[in-house]
Write a protein that binds this ligand. Structure first.
Ligand SMILES: [Zn+2]
Length: 309
């Protein structure tokens, strides 16, 4: 684990949606998961467009410093990995009309390629990934997937006409989400779709857990979308929103309790909660279902359509 008091790793930023530099402070967030921050970072809301983001944020090129080796999406194993694959297979079936061959699929920020591999197994081999983390790229390639190492900025813009672009918990990691969505629109064919999964800052869990909500995850998550701001960002990039789905699960409640115990310094409670993690996920599932019914889930999925010219 790296620790640094080097504040030059971070820089103040303006609003990632409207570009204004008129932030109103909301509170302080620390990296409760991995402890990579020398000090808490401020969460602000843009006075002009109501977008919530962190400032300062990691400088371009320093991101690797804030992704520890044990970073979850790159290291899933055992029952968590199994449960996740099961959920992903179910979701792939639900979304099959957007994923079926002969569609060309691009996943931006594909990590180790789990989702792409499952889409391929479901019957569409025309999948490709883009991922900045070299180690994750290697793991994805070991699955036999075609993955380009880099970010949207490095992506060859002559490679267009994708039918479906997947953004699985990616938007909240981007320094310039509005710019990224406009760029993504140019990679899609007219009539293509984007499917984006992201944390919802306007959720019961975010309200209940405050700074211990797992959806903050600073500084890896640079911003906090709400259904309202994510809709506005997609619309500004020329998309039409087709659906806003609220996921139901107990995961964020189980994690929230653990992080809350960590903030309070309750070490024994935290150890107990860690041991009970999977049980807690199941136990909290009814709350997750209720939150989804009230459209206040902590994780949402947006499907957005690029107009057919
Ligand atoms: Zn703004």
């Amino acid at each position: 684990m790296m620790m640094s008091s080097d504040t030059s790793l971070l820089e103040p930023v303006s609003c990632g949606l409207c570009g204004a530099d008129d932030p109103e402070p909301l509170g302080w967030l620390d990296d409760l998961r991995y402890g990579t921050l020398p000090a808490p970072i401020q969460l602000v809301i843009c006075r002009r467009c109501k977008f919530r983001y962190l400032t300062p944020q990691p400088r371009p090129g320093t991101e690797a410093r804030f992704y520890p080796r044990e970073y979850d999406p790159h290291r899933r194993q055992g029952i968590t990995a199994w449960a996740r694959r099961l959920a992903l297979r179910r979701e792939i079936r639900q979304l099959w009309s957007y994923l079926a061959p002969p569609r060309r699929i691009l996943e931006i920020g594909c990590a180790t390629g789990e989702l792409l591999q499952l889409i391929r197994e479901a019957g569409n081999p025309r999948v490709r990934g883009l991922e900045p983390d070299a180690e994750a790229v290697q793991l994805a390639r070991a699955r036999g997937l075609e993955v380009i190492e880099g970010t949207l900025d490095d992506f060859n813009s002559s490679d267009r006409n994708y039918d479906t672009i997947l953004l699985q918990h990616v938007l909240e990691h981007l320094a310039q989400p509005q710019q990224a969505l406009s760029r993504i629109a140019t990679l899609l064919r007219p009539g293509g779709v984007v499917i984006a999964w992201l944390p919802n800052g306007h959720s019961w869990a975010a309200t209940f857990f405050g700074p211990a909500w797992m959806g903050y995850d600073p500084p890896r998550h640079r911003s906090v979308f709400t259904p309202e701001t994510v809709r506005r960002a997609f619309t500004a990039a020329g998309f039409t929103i087709v659906s806003e789905y609220h996921e139901w699960h107990g995961l964020e409640w189980a994690w929230g309790l653990r992080l809350l115990a960590r903030v309070r310094g309750w070490k024994r409670t935290e150890r107990l909660l860690t041991r009970l993690h999977f049980v807690l996920i199941l136990a909290a599932t009814p709350i997750g279902i209720l939150a989804a019914l009230f459209r206040r889930s902590g994780r949402i999925r947006i499907i957005a359509h690029k107009p057919p010219v």
